[in-house]
Design a protein around this ligand. Sequence first.
Ligand code: AKB
Length: 317
Amino acid sequence: MMKRILVTGASGQIGTELVSMLRNNYGKDNIVASDIKPSKDSKIVNSGPFEIIDVTDGRKIGEVVKKYKADTIIHLASLLSAVAEGNPTLAWTINMGGLFNVLEVARENKCVVFTPSSIAAFGPSTPQDHTPQDTIQRPTTMYGVTKVSGEILCDYYHKKYGVDTRGVRYPGLISHAALPGGGTTDYAVHIYYDAIKNKKFECNIQKGTYMDMMYMPDALDAIVKLMEADPSKLKHRNAFNITAMQFDPEGIYNEIKKHVPNFQMEYKVDPVKQAIAESWPNSLDASCAKEEWGFNPKYDLSSMTKDMLDKLNKKLK
Ligand code: AKB
């Protein structure tokens, strides 16, 4: 049971919404938001504690954990796939160095750890359809290398030191509160903004490229469900396949067009992002997450699209 939670990378796409949700569920003073820079989001800063943490500084993570007597670390700070491919050295330093520091602090302070893996932990030699929970993981991107290494490192800390580590392999996440920062699936967020603002969208991923996706409320619910799960029921830990829907650019475009009839899309494919997307699965098998801790996403493409357009229409007015 989580009581006092430190969240790293709290200003990112997941952190922004997770911190508000956790503060509502667990009490505002029990959720310590942190990021490398001061947050510009007044909701995060004014609604509870906020600390500056560069996750490559393990000592600082330890100080904050001790200061607030945190029992759980939700470690979100990480470079995403496209940015990581542009700077592999920095990606290794932040993604692996940060996770190693978090695990060491967790070991010393007896904290539980959640950290997300990704569909990026798979590669071209992985079965592409209904990708099993336990299968070949030979990613061809630096982001994917850090994600699969992170999964193994978290399992190691659990087996060797008894640290309670848990994680999910997130698909592309779609949300309206904060923009994603440099991933391959980002197009599926930007398309909604452009549908409302410009009625036209330039898509950097090729028609016919299917990837797993999920709406943010289901992604947040998955964290809480997994972290609250009875550990004796968990046969896996790092990390569970989860997914809510699969589509290609035409699929999401046609769904948005039902609500925005004059919306236009053209393709300007980014070769780096396209190569990354092609190396990832078309669809994951999430049955282990369903069986072991009751993963149960609520949104499909149609209900997500209605909600995204509704929320963004209000926000962008
Ligand atoms: C990315 O595209 O890099 C992320 C992810 C799938 O991990 N959204």
